[in-house]
Every structure is written in C-alpha cells, then in structure tokens.
Design a protein around this ligand. Structure first.
Ligand SMILES: [Zn+2]
Length: 409
C-alpha cells in the first residue's frame, strides 16, 4: 500500500437515517479519516472498540460499568485492503461496524469545525469508548466510557435497531463532544438551570449538522421543496411531517415562554433558533449568489412562515430548479458550515458550571462576528431573540458588559 492510498482514509457504509425512513433504505458510502488499514478487527482503533456479547448482557447501570468481560462473538474483520464496506447490512457484524463508522464520521465532522482533536471527557478513567451494538433492551444509552444499544419493537413485530439510527448515535456523541468542550458539571454543585436543556439542544444540532454531510440527506431536503427550505419548515411546523427526525425536532416554532421545564421540551427554542439561522443564512446566500431572482432584503424570515412573501419566494426557487440544484446544494453546505463554525467556537466561551441560555446565545453571535460572518451573527441574534432566549436587557455574564450584548439589538 502506498502512502497516497492510506491518506484517502477508510470506507464505511452508513445509513443517514434509520433504514425504515422513506428514501433512506440504502446505506451511503462514506470515508472516515482513519488511514486505510489502521482500523483493526472489532472494529477498534485508539479511541474506541466494538464488543458483541454472546450472552444476555444487562444494560450498564452503576456500579455495573465497562469494560465488558463476558462472552463475545469474534470481532468483525476488515477487508484485505483495510476497509469496512464489504460487510453486508444484513450480516450480524454490520451493526457494530455501522456504529463505529457513525461515531468516527461525527468526530471527523466536528473536529473539522473545532480545529482540534476531541478528547473523551472520560479519558482519566477509560482510554477508549466501548461500543455494544445490540443487547435485549428497548432503549439505548451513552454513559461514562460506553455506548450501548437495544431496539424499539414496532407494532408489526419487527425490531427498529438503534445501532442503525445515525441520529441516535450522533446525538449521543454530541453530548460527549459538549462535555469535552465545555466541561462536566462539578460533582456536588447544582447545575445551572439551562445546562441540561442546552445539552439536549446542542446534541440535536450536532446530529443535524452531521446529517447534512450526507449527499442523500442534502439532495432529498433540497429537492423536496425545490431548494426552498421555508417550505420544509412550513410543512413540518403544521404537522411535523419531515422524514428526517433532526428536521422534525429543529424545524419547530417554540418560544421559551411556551415550553415547560422538561429538558427535551426546554431544548426546542434554542435548537429552533439555530436552525432558523441556518435556513435564513442559506436563503441569504441564494439571493447574494443570484440563484433566486429576488431583490436583497425581500426574503421572509424563517420564523414568519405565513408571510405573504412566501409564495413569491417559493416560485423564485422553483424556477429552473434542475439547473440550480448543485449551486443551491453548495449554498446549503456553506450555510451549514458558517453556523456550525459559530456554534463550535461558542463552546470556547462557555463553561458548564455557569452556563445560561442567554450566554450561550450571545456566545454564538460573538463567535460568528469574530469569524467575519457579521450577517449570520445578526440573523442569529434576531432568531434567538424571537425565541425569547435573549432580550436587549440581558447581560452577557462572562465578564462582559451590558453594551456588549446590546450591540445585537
Ligand atoms: Zn440527549
């Protein structure tokens, strides 16, 4: 094997959504950055390994913790040339390979945005993440040093395997990334009121943005509304119709005063505010690049989906759609990267012991501004204010002044 081949990385087959989702029944070929041949039987590398118990393993529950020491099936083997796309999806070994590939992919995506390696938050106890792809359990969990999966029984008697669900895997790795970047809450100290809701929201966003690195997902999202993502929000907000779970969650219209204290419910306004920022940034780029025939400033807000403008807007996207698809896809990739870079850089300004929603929102706006994305920063401030996460009266508590936060209004 020559060095140039190694540097291409390693091939996996990954499902961008659970294969029972319409349009997502085929896995996509994805390259992860591990050099070809470096992922050993398991699969296993220097940061994680897969174990397949052949006994009735109970879910981990303190004081029962990794590593798993019971009986196990033999490890899956790479192809002779060091790749992992040779294992058919209906083979029992595929599940563990799929989870491993999804975790590696999510880490690749977010390490790219952060510009640094993500070290596990449990590194002082375990040097590697243990992945258990299937146990007899109707749940999935990520805990200190481990990730393990069961299945959801379906009404027709099948099993929806969580190990085949990219969203479940990416969401759990989102929590790990956030623990690594903003720290663990200090034991014995009560966490801030917004920390766990923020965690849920950001984990959903980590998954959403990682999903937007799959061609299948980008193509389907764009073609469904002829490139008009407002149409996607519109349908979804009426009846949560989106096929992709990440869009069903993020394409919501909830404001902070409309949600309760349950962490998933309370996570929705922040997730929705960042998603609206992404949608509006994409629409702005489409106009700036002349991809839709609309004057600048005539774009309805992603928040006000009932606007009279939305019909004009939809037909401007539909015109010559087939000729514009790849240009629009490139604009969506750019909007995705702008927002993801702002979110990733915001974590350097936050600390899990003191985090508030308002701090987290201003940190995104400031990070975008510092990255030269002034328009996206203003869009984010408008979207997060509409969600009632920030107001002109908030102060940014991380040693900043009131005028610092007021600049966004
Ligand atoms: Zn979660």
């Amino acid at each position: 094997m020559v060095a140039s081949e190694q540097s291409l990385g390693t091939r996996f087959l990954l499902y961008p959504q659970s294969p029972s989702t319409p349009g997502y029944d085929k896995p996509e070929l994805v390259w992860v950055s591990d050099p070809q041949g470096s992922i050993l039987a398991g699969p296993a590398n220097d940061r994680m390994y897969v174990v397949r118990p052949n006994t009735d393993k109970a879910p981990y529950n303190y004081p029962y913790l990794p590593p798993y020491n019971g009986g196990r099936y033999p490890p899956a083997e790479p192809s002779p040339d060091g790749h992992w796309d040779h294992i058919p999806p209906d083979s029992p070994a595929f599940l563990g390979v799929h989870v491993f590939g999804c975790v590696a992919r999510v880490l690749d995506v977010w390490e790219g945005y952060l510009g640094n390696r993500i070290n596990w938050h449990f590194a002082s106890t375990y040097d590697r993440l243990e992945i258990i792809p299937l146990i007899e359990w109707d749940n999935a969990q990520s805990g200190y040093g481990m990730l393990e999966f069961g299945y959801k029984p379906t009404p027709d008697g099948r099993r929806d395997l969580y190990a085949l669900n990219f969203d479940v895997i990416a969401h759990e790795i989102g929590h790990s990334i956030l623990f690594s970047e903003i720290g663990l809450p200090r034991p014995g100290l009560p966490p801030g009121p917004d920390l766990f809701a923020y965690h849920e929201g950001v984990s959903d966003l980590c998954s959403l943005i990682a999903m937007l690195h799959f061609d299948t997902a980008m193509d389907r999202l764009l073609r469904r509304g002829s490139g008009n993502l407002m149409a996607l929000n519109e349908l979804n907000r009426v009846a949560e119709l989106a096929d992709e779970r990440q869009i069903r969650i993020a394409g919501n219209a909830r404001k902070l005063t409309e949600v309760g204290n349950e962490v998933h419910d309370r996570s929705r306004p922040f997730t929705g505010g960042i998603f609206d920022t992404l949608v509006e940034t994409y629409h702005d780029l489409c106009v700036q690049r002349g991809l839709v025939d609309l004057p600048r400033g005539s774009i309805p807000d992603a928040r006000d989906i009932d606007s009279d403008l939305s019909h004009t807007f939809a037909s401007a996207f539909r015109a010559d759609y087939d000729l514009k698809h790849f240009h629009l896809k490139s604009a969506l990739a750019d909007a995705r990267d702008i927002v993801a870079m702002g979110l990733a850089a915001s974590w350097h300004k936050l600390d899990s012991e003191t985090l508030t929603y308002a701090d987290a929102a201003f940190a995104v706006c400031d990070a975008l501004q510092e990255q030269g994305q002034g328009e996206a920063a203003e869009t984010a401030a408008e979207c997060l204010a509409w969600r009632e996460i920030i107001t002109p009266y908030d102060t940014f508590s991380l040693g900043r002044t009131q005028s610092r936060s007021a600049q966004w209004f």
